[in-house]
Structures are given as C-alpha cells and as structure tokens.
Write a protein that binds this ligand. Structure first.
Ligand code: CP3
Length: 352
C-alpha cells in the first residue's frame, strides 16, 4: 500500500528526493493541535492519550489540518512518547505540566524491568490510524509517520519528564555507560520496528524527532553517545525506500553530524538560516524549515516578509520543504497558518 502510481507526482515526496517541484511543499510540525477549534472540540471530550488510543479519532484529528489549511502533507496524530507505554513506562500528560513519567529509569535494574515491544501488537492502534488516514486521503496528500529518536526518548525516561539541563540523562551517559548502551539499544530496536511498521501500514515518509539532542548536547557528545544509535534507525528505514526526515532543535553547529546519522531531509530550526544550513550540509540532501513559530503572531506584512525570506534563502532550488523551525504554538491564530500556506504556494508562481 505504501507506493501508488500517483506517488512520484506528490510535491512533498518529490522535494524529499531533491526533485524539481512546481511549488514549494509546506506542512507544519504540530499542525494538528490546540490552535485549531476542531481539535479543541474533540479534546473537550477525550484526553490526549484517549485520542491516540482510538484510531478513528486519531485519524480524524490527522485530517483536520489537511482540510482546513491545504497543506501538502499530513502527519499522523500520535505522540513520540506512546511507544514507551508498552515498555512499562507509566506515562501521564498532566494538565499544564506536559509529560510526567512516574517510574523513571535510573539504574541497570530499572532497565532490566523494561519490556520488549512488538509494535504490530501493542501499537496496532497507531498502525490502524495510519491505515484509515491512507484510505481517507485517497493518495492525494501523502502521510508522514514519525517517532522520537533514542536520545529524545531516553531524556524523558531518565528525567521523568521535560528537562532544562538534562543532568540525570548526562549522568547515566557518563557514569553508567553500559546501562546507557543497553537502554539506547533497546530504544533503537523499538523505534526501528515501530517506523518500519508504520511504513508497512502505509506511511509514505517518516520523521525522526530528535528534538532535544541539539538542545542538550555538544557535537562530541552527540557523535560519541547518540549518533551510532540514530544511524542504525536510518539504515533500517533506507531499506524500505521511503524518505526519512531528521529533525533536531539547536543542532545548527553540527548539521554534518546529523547528516552522517542519516535522513534524506534535514529539519532546520529557525536559528539556522536555510542558505547556511544547506552550505553546512552539502549537496544531495534536502532541507526542511524553518520559519520562527513566533512569526505567526506578527502583523500580516511582517509574517509575509519572513515567509518570503525563508523561501528566498532556499532560492527556488529543489529539495526544500517549507515548515516552521519547531511546532505550531497553541495560541497561534489559525488564519495566519492558512496565510502561510497561501504565501508559500503563490511565491513560486510569482517567481516564474
Ligand atoms: O505534529 C502533529 O500534528 C502530530 C502530532 C504530534 C504530537 N506530538 C501531538 C501532541 C507530534 C509530531 C508530537 C511530537 C512530540 N511530542 C515531540 C517532538 C516534537 C517537538 O515538539 O519537539 C515531543 C518532544 C513530544 C512530547 C510532548 N507531547 C510534550 C513535551 C507535550 C506537552 C507540551 C505541550 O505542547 O503541551 C506533548 C503533548 C502533545 N502531543 C500535544 C499534542 C497536540 C498537546 C496536546 C494536548 O494536550 O491536547
């Protein structure tokens, strides 16, 4: 189901492969979510985890921004932390607090207690959502599957939630290298199996979110303690032939290491100018990004100027996917998100 005759024509998939496109494709990280009234209406009745556990609801929420915004790709509605639940991680999304893990992993004995996960069994609700969305989209809009990268996941598992300084995570990395390796290996296998299962269910591209690697680690630590695991995931994905996007926040100074780890597309945050990012990365890889999410709160003229600035940096060369430099913020006005889609689509026509 993952390849259809229509697929090579889809702008987003062409851009992932560095092929020429008629207009720059655009989608947004967190394009389904609290800034949308349709999402808030569903969230009044169900928790985040309930939406993720019910494939029809997850599929409905996935499709909301496709219909409301006209984006060039859908991203499956799920969360990077979902696969931790069948591992035995006690996860809760506490109101106003973000994710909370009640049994953080801090020792070799804690790692021993974790269960191996077979995604086709314990994450089948996610795979079923993929199948429903693919049916509903009828091949017109491609569907992106995703997972968290081992470092970003391990930071939640060890810290017990979000973190500023990642001291416990770095503590295990340096002081318990064997435990670190066992935990990172287990996550590498889980994420590889999970992404492969999403692709088998119909995902036409996948994004690996290593959101916090760039925020937490310098290049040497990234190379020594993280890169080898992420690389194994991209090697597995490459065998499927489906394009992979590799995203991190704050990794601008070591983009070549992200590229070395893998991905057909590298996601840039908004602190990294697109032209400079491309220069650092070299040829043969596409880039995604990277409007500052705050620009969606600025007056229309300023927003338009900044969207065009990102597009001009990409200079009409193939292999650019427009996105924000991180996720859409919850208070973002919907009409501004829609305006960005229009500006991006029209920009290339104006250039021609
Ligand atoms: O992009 C999409 O539209 C698809 C859905 C999606 C969600 N989470 C739904 C969600 C995706 C791709 C994610 C990824 C994710 N989740 C990341 C990586 C991307 C990034 O932002 O760096 C991370 C680090 C998480 C972990 C997570 N989930 C946090 C820290 C939070 C709380 C913070 C917040 O924004 O409230 C979540 C909750 C979450 N996941 C929400 C959504 C829409 C908030 C929604 C709600 O309560 O309804």
């Amino acid at each position: 189901m993952s390849t259809t005759a229509q697929e090579p024509q889809l702008t987003f998939l062409r851009a992932c492969r560095n092929l020429s496109v008629e207009h720059t494709p655009v989608w947004f990280m967190r394009q389904a979510g609290r800034y949308m009234p349709e999402y808030r209406a569903i969230r009044q009745k169900y928790t985040l985890l309930e939406i993720c556990a019910r494939p029809e609801l997850a599929a409905e929420v996935t499709l909301q921004p496709v219909h409301a915004l006209g984006v060039d790709a859908a991203i499956l509605f799920a969360d990077i932390l979902l696969p931790l639940i069948p591992m035995g991680i006690d996860l809760e999304f506490a109101a106003g607090e973000g994710p909370v893990i009640h049994n953080p992993v801090r020792s070799a004995a804690d790692v021993e207690r974790l269960r191996m996960v077979e995604p086709s069994e314990s994450l089948d609700h996610v795979l079923e959502a993929v199948r429903i969305v693919r049916r509903e989209l009828e091949g017109k809009t491609p569907l992106i599957g995703f997972a968290g990268a081992p470092f970003t996941l391990v930071s939640y598992i060890i810290e017990g939630g979000s973190s500023k300084n990642y001291l416990k995570t770095k503590g295990m990395m340096i002081e318990q290298p064997e435990t670190w390796d066992r935990l990172m290996q287990a996550l590498t296998i889980l994420v590889s199996d999970y992404l492969t299962a999403q692709i088998e269910a119909g995902a036409q591209a996948v994004q690996l979110f290593d959101s916090w690697a760039g925020a937490a680690l310098g290049p040497d630590d990234y190379r020594d303690y993280v890169l080898p695991y992420s690389r194994r995931i991209f090697e597995r994905i490459r065998q499927t032939g489906v394009p992979a996007i590799h995203f991190s926040v704050g990794a601008g100074t070591y983009l070549p290491l992200l590229r070395e780890a893998g991905g057909d597309v590298i996601g840039l945050d908004w602190r990294t100018p697109v032209g400079w990012g491309r220069h650092m990365l070299g040829d043969g890889v596409a880039v995604q990004g990277n409007l500052d999410p705050a620009a969606l709160f600025y007056p229309r003229k300023e927003l338009e100027k900044r969207v065009c600035a990102v597009l001009d940096q990409a200079a009409g060369q193939p292999g650019h996917i427009f996105n924000l430099g991180h996720g859409v913020l919850p208070e973002t006005p919907v009409e501004n998100v829609r305006a960005v889609v229009e500006i991006v689509h029209e920009h290339n026509q104006r250039r021609e």
